[in-house]
Design a protein around this ligand. Structure first.
Ligand SMILES: [Zn+2]
Ligand SMILES: [Zn+2]
Length: 161
């Protein structure tokens, strides 16, 4: 489910009455408020259900530290974006920061509270696009966070089982 709150964050589809997924004009007030036509809405909900079932593992060893680390990463990302919105018009502010366990020992973010390095991306709740952080962050800045995090927290990096 996409909460109305998230759809409304980027008021454009509501104002223009254009479906946030297929960009066709919306005529029914209910669809305009939702930001999607009925067919697209059904597809989005089906996609989300499938994603929940396929969601990738992330191994958290300290939930409090992990929550703080994710908030910090999100804050950092929002400050260092190359552009501020998804190609569909959704502001990245309204997108979810997602991570999963990443086995590669030379890439991914070292985050407190997580057992393994994390691959991180923003998921657009409107068009379902996933954007890897390295694509939307200024590259040097992203390297910066890697260096800081690596020197700050000497963690053992093993591949996920
Ligand atoms: Zn549509
Ligand atoms: Zn989007």
């Amino acid at each position: 489910m996409i909460p109305i709150r998230q759809v409304a964050l980027d008021g454009q589809p509501m104002m223009q009455g254009i479906c946030g997924r297929c960009h066709r004009a919306l005529k029914v007030p209910e669809s305009v408020i939702r930001g999607f036509g009925p067919i697209c809405w059904a597809k989005i909900q089906a996609d989300q259900e499938q994603e929940r079932q396929e969601s990738l593992p992330r191994t958290i060893v300290d939930p409090k530290k992990a929550a703080v680390a994710l908030l910090e990463l999100r804050e950092y990302v929002m400050l260092h974006l190359k552009r501020d919105r998804c190609f569909c018009g959704m502001l990245y502010e309204g997108c979810d920061l997602e991570t999963y366990d990443y086995g590669d020992s030379k890439a991914g973010y070292v985050l407190d509270g997580f057992k393994y390095r994390q691959w991180a991306y923003l998921r657009c709740p409107k068009c379902k696009n996933d954007e890897a952080l390295w694509k939307i962050l200024k590259t040097d800045e992203e390297r910066g966070i890697h260096a800081v995090k690596e020197s700050g927290s000497p963690q053992e990096m093993a591949a996920p089982e």
